[in-house]
Each structure stands twice: as structure tokens, then as C-alpha cells.
Design a protein around this ligand. Structure first.
Ligand code: GN1
Ligand code: MG
Length: 350
């Protein structure tokens, strides 16, 4: 890892860098822990920005700086990024883009959460949106149409039409099921066009493991700010439940493990409604059950399109990985859909 140490040394760090080791589970960027002389625990985090996906690295870091400065100005915890020796917010080594942030000590991440932690997470993500609701500086749409389901369905249709690697024939079942629900699942975009649904600054990647907890279960910090951008509140609410309410894993090869846990749904919704009480509109609240279905649906569409395209977007661990992910996300969608009316009456009761 000699080379990685050299990269870290481009940043404003006075300590001697002794080791750099891989960390994390992200599907997009590569992340490493940085150890310095005299400290047993990591002191910094080095990350290679995947610039095939985040093509405008200046816009990316500019968005993140605006968000972290704004949160800091309210004396709340957020990630802290280091500048390079030459004052930039990232380092380009001629081929790859790198950034360094301060490691949050004594933090724990979870892949699965209890209802109690989901309540805390709901409140924290709600408060995160609330903290950013008065950010005046505009943020760039770092990945245009990121959570636009109409756009994601178009990408799926394009992938099918091209059928680059001949996989369409084996996924017909999923394509039929997805397109059968097109009208129902594109509701958000229609409400937006009718002027009924606003966009707000959202995190847009509220997976369970993007929240750092301490031992007592308090939220220390929300991480992975790459996709912070204007979106419907459905993004943060729905994507959290996609990972938290799933009783299996995102890529569970055993579909029997997968269910949509209503205890998590209840606790998270309660927390989220508390965290957002200052700004959430009735139309947003009313459609939270739609959001809970939308995110497993959208993730199925995205994994399936990547599978059909020959695995060009998500990192995979084995050749069928994106197909297994598709099947697992679809099962989760079906389980959420079965609970649609129960979710609706619960939300009305809050
Ligand atoms: C990607 O890299 P990671 O795991 O933070 C993706 C999310 C998906 C997620 C699925 C920029 O996030 O949108 O929901 O994988 N991020 C991007 O696990 O596409
Ligand atoms: Mg991410």
C-alpha cells in the first residue's frame, strides 16, 4: 500500500502515516482506513472517488462542502474533509481522484437495525433534511435524474432493446412484473409535474450503514454525502426502509429470508414524522407508503438494467450477482406491496 500512503501525504496531515487498509461495503467508491503514528485506531479515511459515476468531481466536492459547512454552522456533527497541501478539496493523481476525511472514532455501523434504532434513524434523517431546508446555496444535481423512476424505467427499456450480452430472455418474468406496475409506481413524478410535490435537499443514499452510531445508540454522524441533492423526501424515507425493513440482505440468495418488517416500518415512520414535523406537507406524508414500495421497485429496476447491460455500474462479487440482487429486491417489493393498505392506515393514524 506504499502508493496509497503517498496519496494521503498530499493532504494536510502532520502525523506520520503508518498504514492504509481497506474498509467498508460501498458498491461505488473504494474506501480505506488511514493509521498514523502513535494511534491504535484509524485517524482518517481515504476514498477513491468513482469518477465514472461522479463525473463532475468539482461539483461533487462543492456540494459536499456546502452541506458540511451549513451543518457545522448549526453546531451539529457532520463529516469533516481535509484539504490538500495545495488547498484543493480532492487530489487528482493523473488517473484517479482522491479525498480524505476525519475518521469518526468509536462509531458503529449496522447492516440490520432494531425498531428502537430505526426510530432514532428516522428522527436523524428527518432532522438532517430539516437542517438543510434553509440552505440557500444551490446544490448541483450530481447524478441527473438519480431517483427519477420514469428515467430508470427508460434506462431499463434501452438496456432491453440493446440486449448487449443476451440476458433479456432469462429475465422476462421480472420485466413483465415491473412494467405491469409502471403507472402505479411513477406517481411521484406525475405529482411533481402537477406542482403538488416539492423537491427538497435529501441525502439520497440512506442505507442503514450510512449512519454512524455510538455504543449507547445515539447517532454520531450521517455519512456518504455524495448524493446529497434535490429530490422528493421519498428518497430518504424509502431507501432507509429498503435496507432496514428487509429481514434478509440486499443480495440474499435465499428469498425465504426476505420479508418487509412492519415493526421497523412503524418505528422508523414515527421517528421520521417527528424529525420532519416543521416542514413535511400532507401530500408527502400521505405518500410515505408509496415511497416504501418505490425504493425496492427502483432498486430492482437499476440492478436488472445493470445485469442486462453486462454489469457496468455496480461492483459485483460473482457473475450472477446483479441477477441475485434483482430477485432479492423484487421479493422485498412484493412483500411491501402486500402490506400497502396496512401501511396506509398506520400512516393516517400518526
Ligand atoms: C450504491 O455505493 P453505495 O453502496 O453507497 C448506489 C445507491 C444504491 C446502492 C445499492 C451513486 O450506493 O444508489 O442504492 O448502491 N449509489 C449510487 O446498494 O449509485
Ligand atoms: Mg453511497
Amino acid at each position: 500500500m506504499e502508493n496509497l500512503k503517498d496519496i494521503v501525504s498530499k493532504f494536510e496531515i502532520n502525523e506520520k502515516i503508518v498504514d492504509v487498509k481497506p474498509m467498508g461495503e460501498g458498491l461505488i467508491n473504494d474506501t480505506y482506513k488511514v493509521f498514523v503514528d502513535g494511534f491504535e485506531k484509524p485517524k482518517y479515511v481515504l476514498q477513491r472517488i468513482n469518477n465514472a459515476i461522479f463525473q463532475d468531481v468539482d461539483m461533487l466536492m462543492d456540494n459536499i462542502n456546502k452541506v458540511t459547512d451549513h451543518i457545522h454552522s448549526k453546531n451539529k456533527n457532520t463529516l469533516q474533509f481535509l484539504k490538500t497541501n495545495y488547498g484543493n478539496s480532492y487530489h487528482f493523481d493523473g488517473e484517479k481522484y482522491w479525498r480524505v476525511m476525519v475518521f469518526v472514532p468509536d462509531s458503529i455501523t449496522y447492516q440490520l437495525v432494531t425498531p428502537e434504532y430505526s426510530y432514532i434513524a428516522g428522527k436523524s434523517f428527518g432532522e438532517f433534511e430539516s437542517l438543510l431546508s434553509d440552505l440557500k446555496k444551490p446544490l448541483g444535481e450530481i447524478i441527473p435524474d438519480f431517483h427519477n423512476i420514469e428515467f430508470r424505467l427508460k434506462q431499463l427499456r434501452d438496456a432491453v432493446a440493446e440486449d448487449r450480452v443476451g440476458r433479456v430472455k432469462e429475465v422476462k418474468y421480472y420485466l413483465d412484473e415491473i412494467f405491469k406496475r409502471e403507472e402505479k409506481m411513477t406517481l411521484g413524478e406525475r405529482l411533481f409535474r402537477e406542482g403538488k410535490l416539492p423537491k427538497r435537499i435529501c441525502h439520497c443514499d440512506t442505507k442503514v450503514n450510512n449512519m454512524l452510531f455510538d455504543k449507547e445508540g445515539n447517532v454520531l454522524c450521517i455519512i456518504d454525502l455524495d448524493t446529497v441533492m434535490p429530490s422528493f423526501v421519498f428518497s430518504d424515507y424509502g431507501d432507509f426502509l429498503r435496507t432496514a425493513a428487509n429481514t434478509g440482505t440486499e443480495d440474499d440468495p435465499n428469498l425465504d429470508n426476505i420479508d418487509f418488517n412492519m415493526e421497523i416500518f412503524k418505528a422508523f415512520t414515527k421517528g421520521y414524522l417527528e424529525g420532519t414535523k416543521d416542514f413535511l406537507l400532507p401530500i408527502e406524508k400521505e405518500n410515505l407508503p408509496y415511497a416504501a414500495m418505490l425504493f425496492p421497485y427502483m432498486q430492482t429496476v437499476r440492478f436488472l438494467a445493470d445485469y442486462i447491460n453486462g454489469d457496468t455500474y455496480y461492483k459485483i462479487k460473482y457473475p450472477e450477482h446483479n441477477l441475485v440482487r434483482t430477485q432479492a429486491q423484487w421479493r422485498l417489493f412484493e412483500k411491501a406491496e402486500e402490506k400497502e393498505s396496512e401501511m396506509k392506515s398506520l400512516v393516517l393514524g400518526y
